[in-house]
Design a protein around this ligand. Structure first.
Ligand SMILES: Cc1cc2nc3c(=O)[nH]c(=O)nc-3n(C[C@H](O)[C@H](O)[C@H](O)COP(=O)(O)OP(=O)(O)OC[C@H]3O[C@@H](n4cnc5c(N)ncnc54)[C@H](O)[C@@H]3O)c2cc1C
Length: 129
């Protein structure tokens, strides 16, 4: 059995950002499960443009180096405003490759109904992750 200090279930913008920040804590082992940006890739309306403003669309990172501007410069992909969905997904995947490159793509799938989980079971699943 392997252990870690923090397990993050889901690699969306907040999960990735939380992982990037937590990894700055020396000695803290953080693992992330889930397909990066999958909700945005598979569940958002096709052709959608983000409604959030430019600043809020950026995924926060501890060094301030994974900004929308940095993504544009690194990839040569111009971002119009409002930001189109497909470009935001690409930005999120770019962020993930830099901040959380060792995330695990599998789904975290506990057995049984969530309503029947005990705290001990959740703890043991997290410790086994
Ligand atoms: C139509 C629509 C438009 C939106 N527009 C904007 C916008 O313009 N700007 C903005 O800032 N926000 C917008 N939002 C809100 C935005 O989707 C959320 O605020 C944001 O995605 C939250 O990020 P998150 O990382 O918490 O969650 P999510 O992006 O939902 O990520 C959670 C991830 O967890 C994964 N997951 C769940 N269970 C498991 C499991 N058991 N194992 C592994 N992985 C799992 C999911 O697949 C998903 O990828 C919009 C939402 C909708 C529905």
């Amino acid at each position: 059995m392997t252990t870690c200090d923090v397990t993050i279930i889901g690699a969306g913008p907040y999960g990735l950002s939380a992982a990037a920040h937590l990894r700055t804590v020396k000695g803290l082992e953080v693992r992330v499960f889930g397909e990066p940006m999958s909700f945005w890739q598979h569940n958002m309306p096709v052709g959608m443009f983000l409604r959030s403003n430019w600043t809020a669309t950026r995924i926060a990172d501890p060094n301030g180096s994974l900004t929308l501007e940095a993504y544009q410069m690194a990839c040569g992909n111009h971002l119009s405003f409002p930001v189109p969905l497909d470009r935001f997904v690409q930005y999120g995947l770019w962020y993930q490759r830099r901040a959380v490159p060792d995330g695990r793509l599998r789904t975290w799938r506990p057995m049984g109904k969530a309503s029947e989980w005990s705290w001990e079971m959740v703890k043991s699943l997290i410790l086994r992750a």
